[in-house]
Ligand binder design. Structure first.
Ligand SMILES: C[S@@+](CC[C@H](N)C(=O)[O-])C[C@H]1O[C@@H](n2cnc3c(N)ncnc32)[C@H](O)[C@@H]1O
Length: 318
């Protein structure tokens, strides 16, 4: 998501506290909200993202560290797929890591979890063969400190890979389908027979009954937690300043992201649970089809910067 206008006085510590709180609040609904599962398709998707970040080579790693691991989307799927042998998952939010541990227990996977911020990792130098993450760099207010720390804990010759980072231009382009969907929403709701969504507890953190309103607190925090959207050159510079080499940035998702944003914007205007099952089928299958189109036709031809997500890989000098 694009960084919204953040109060000018916000400090790096404010951003970190907001991230910990926001993700603690989000932890119990996070997997359902983002459709996170650990089946064969999710394994193929995560392995595919890692492979694309690395430039096509078949990924296999020993001891791996994920930063900002959240509820475990990448770590648990990559462990299940046999791409990493041993996993340590860190995050600034203990709530997210609690959800990760529950899923790991259900899947009978061993993962060490450590609450830690990306710019202060409690591991000795050269501890990991792979340091990776998904959708996390854009939350870090002190990127140079974080990259220095990621490089420090990577063994000589080890691999760094980050996927799912928001692209500055890709995000701006995604405003087009969002705006179009808002205009089309009333007609779309009429066709599907879905009543409009009623918003409750809009501004305060206390609802009418005097209870703490977690949803409106989340809305407030959401304006603080995202601090970057990247141009490819930004990521290259941060990696090089940490003395990493073989730095590579690519892009993914264009048609699929436009389709996904249009659908999510439409859905956000309708009463939850009132949309027909067929709508979700259309949204899900259409998204997967357009992802294939992106991969086969658009990603090999267009510059990384127009895509919605950026992928970064680099290597620690041997
Ligand atoms: C968008 S979520 C992504 C989670 C997971 N990687 C995924 O793809 O589902 C971002 C994660 O980064 C974590 N995070 C935010 N700021 C952080 C920081 N300074 N250090 C470590 N983790 C952080 C959040 O708590 C959250 O779990």
């Amino acid at each position: 998501m694009m960084p919204a206008a953040m109060p000018a006085s916000t400090t790096p510590d404010d951003v970190k506290h907001a991230n910990a709180r926001y993700h603690d609040l989000a932890a119990h609904t996070y997997d359902a909200k983002w459709g996170i599962v650990y089946d064969a398709l999710a394994q193929r998707q995560t392995v595919g993202k890692l492979r694309r970040a690395l430039g096509g080579s078949e990924p296999r790693f020993g001891r791996a560290l994920e930063v900002g691991a959240g509820t475990g989307y990448f770590t648990l799927n990559l462990l299940r797929a046999g791409v990493i042998e041993e996993a340590v998952a860190t995050d600034i939010s203990s709530g997210m890591l609690g959800a990760l541990q529950s899923s790991a227990a259900e899947l009978r996977l061993e993962v060490e979890t450590v609450v830690a911020q990306a710019s202060r990792l409690p591991f000795p130098d050269g501890s990991f063969d792979l340091v990776f993450g998904h959708a996390v760099l854009h939350h870090l207010p002190d990127l140079d400190a974080a990259f220095a720390e990621l490089a420090r804990v990577l063994r000589p010759g080890g691999t760094l890979a980050f996927c799912g980072e928001p692209s500055y231009h890709g995000d701006r382009l995604a405003a087009v389908p969002k705006r179009a969907a808002l205009l089309a929403a009333p007609a779309w709701r009429r066709i599907l027979g879905a009543p409009p969504r009623q918003n409750g507890g809009a501004n305060g953190a206390i609802d009418k009954s005097g209870h703490h309103d977690a949803a409106s607190e989340e809305d407030g925090l959401e304006r603080i937690v995202d601090v970057h959207a990247f141009r490819p050159g930004d990521l290259v510079r941060h990696a090089r300043r940490a003395e990493l080499e073989n730095v590579r940035v690519t892009g993914e998702e264009l048609a699929a992201s436009w389709f996904g944003w249009a659908n999510r914007t439409l859905e956000s205007t309708a009463a939850p649970d009132e949309l027909p099952w067929l709508w979700y089928q259309w949204a899900y299958r259409g998204y997967l089809t357009l992802k294939r189109l992106d991969r086969a036709v658009l990603e090999p031809r267009l510059p990384a910067t127009v895509f919605y997500n950026l992928l970064l890989s680099a290597r620690n000098p041997a």
